[in-house]
Design a protein around this ligand. Structure first.
Ligand SMILES: Cc1cc2nc3c(=O)[nH]c(=O)nc-3n(C[C@H](O)[C@H](O)[C@H](O)COP(=O)(O)OP(=O)(O)OC[C@H]3O[C@@H](n4cnc5c(N)ncnc54)[C@H](O)[C@@H]3O)c2cc1C
Length: 416
């Protein structure tokens, strides 16, 4: 079969590319290895899907640490506001939450995917090849000394090989994160075959790992209403307020995922947790005095119930260096100050970031120097386009990664 355009990958980038190309009247084939479209999209935002962010353009760009300049044209071409308008136009109501984060009103990621998929299915110009994994690209190497694409070779679920032909191919295969959703890095292989270089894929928005022995003891402990600071080489690089979680080998949860985008491998790193951010040190000291007055005949280790979650108390007591069996009314001012200081600055040393497979997003990917930012077409191989996470571009939490996928997908589809 011959099409005007073949799209590899039925995720947010591929579906936006397909819809735009089809809207322009082109006959499009979307080839997706899974039996459902948008498998990852359905688990985004903890099942709620943070579609985009309704911030202004400058804020949008400042939330994209991975190659923001490359995305300028694309985001101007199809912006965060266009994304909101698009979803509203296909019947998906949206709401704006803290920090401009846009979610479906139903709070269901499945509704975002569902509305997108029904728009795709309604379009007669789009043919879907489901359960079909693209194995390689077909090239024509003779045309004017320049490589150009001719088609793809794919294998269906029964193991049957088939070929589709087109001189326009959009590679929207995603990165390496959450490989069970289908993104296993195939796009990098296709890009390399077309002569592209790949910036080594690495984790962004991932858990941070720690070798501190007490971390294991805290596994499963979730802390709410805390603030954290991430220090790299003793300099604070990120600060946030919210929720975090201790895991078997480190820390995770919303504030940690956001902080991880600022982590630099190989550098000395630690996070400082302020367990009582609403109180400054003086007020916290007074609060401690009041608690200790109530408990004055108790042992120190039995006097922290009002201040800390149960699981944290033994670790906290050990780290304070104050004998656990000391009676509260025997604690010196210096010891009380030590407790306040630990409450305000509970540190966790960071040894690494979690692996890319467990990350929310893959940083790295197809080198942006080799892609035309206005069209998403390869500068090295005629007719080959890239869209979404396969490209070396990534954003912070807040809906910025889907924004990149939708916007580059639209631009690629618009450019064929
Ligand atoms: C748990 C989680 C939560 C997230 N939450 C948010 C959020 O709330 N907001 C946000 O902005 N971002 C979020 N993200 C990031 C966002 O989901 C991704 O950046 C986005 O899905 C990338 O879109 P994409 O289309 O480029 O790639 P993908 O969504 O990965 O889609 C790629 C598609 O290509 C298919 N494919 C791959 N190889 C082949 C092949 N050889 N042949 C055929 N098909 C192939 C895959 O099966 C897949 O369907 C989250 C990510 C995760 C993992």
């Amino acid at each position: 079969m011959t099409y005007d355009c073949i799209i590899i990958g039925g995720g947010p980038a591929g579906l936006f590319a397909g819809l735009r190309a089809a809207e322009k009247g082109f006959k499009v084939a979307v080839v997706e290895r899974n039996n459902i479209l948008g498998k990852k999209l359905r688990i985004t935002g903890k099942g709620r899907c943070n579609i985009t962010n309704n911030c202004d353009f400058d804020t949008l760009i400042s939330n994209i640490p991975g190659n923001p300049k490359f995305l300028f044209s694309s985001l101007r071409n199809f912006s965060n506001i266009d994304i909101i308008d698009f979803f509203n136009s296909i019947g998906l109501e949206t709401v704006v939450e803290r920090g401009g984060r846009v979610f479906p009103k139903s709070q269901k990621a499945g509704d975002v995917a569902g509305s997108l998929v029904s728009a795709v299915k309604k379009n007669n110009n789009i043919t879907l090849y489901m359960g079909s994994r693209v194995e390689k690209l077909l090239f024509d190497t003779n045309e004017q000394q320049q490589n150009s694409v001719q088609g793809i070779v794919a294998v269906d679920t029964d193991g049957n090989e088939f070929r589709l032909f087109s001189t326009k191919i959009i590679c929207a295969t995603g990165g390496l994160s959450y490989p069970l959703t289908g993104s296993t890095g195939d796009g990098y292989i296709f890009a390399k075959a077309a002569g592209h270089s790949i910036i080594t894929p690495r984790a962004s928005l991932a858990a941070l790992l720690s070798k501190d022995l007490y971390v294991k003891e805290l596994q499963g402990l979730s802390l709410r209403n805390i603030s954290i600071k991430l220090f790299i080489n003793d300099k604070p690089v990120y600060e946030d307020f919210g929720e975090m979680l201790f895991t078997a080998n480190g820390v995770s949860g919303p504030v940690i995922l956001s902080a991880s985008a600022f982590y630099k491998s190989g550098c000395k790193a630690y996070i400082s947790i302020d367990l009582k951010p609403a109180l400054d040190a003086d007020k916290l000291y007074q609060r401690l005095q009041r608690d200790f007055d109530d408990f004055d005949r108790k042992m120190y280790s039995n006097s922290l119930d009002k201040l800390l979650p149960k699981k944290l108390i033994p670790v906290f007591v050990k780290r304070s260096g104050i004998p656990s069996n000391k009676q509260v009314n025997q604690l010196s001012r210096e010891e009380r100050m030590k407790i306040v200081s630990l409450l305000k600055n509970f540190t966790v040393n960071i040894s690494d970031i979690d692996c890319v497979n467990n990350a929310i997003v893959t940083a790295g990917g197809v080198n942006v120097k080799e892609i035309n930012p206005k069209t998403m077409e390869s500068k090295l191989c005629k007719g080959l386009f890239f869209a979404g996470e396969v490209i070396d571009a990534d954003g912070y939490t807040g809906g910025f990664n889907l924004t990149i996928a939708f916007s580059t997908g639209y631009t690629a589809g618009n450019s064929i």
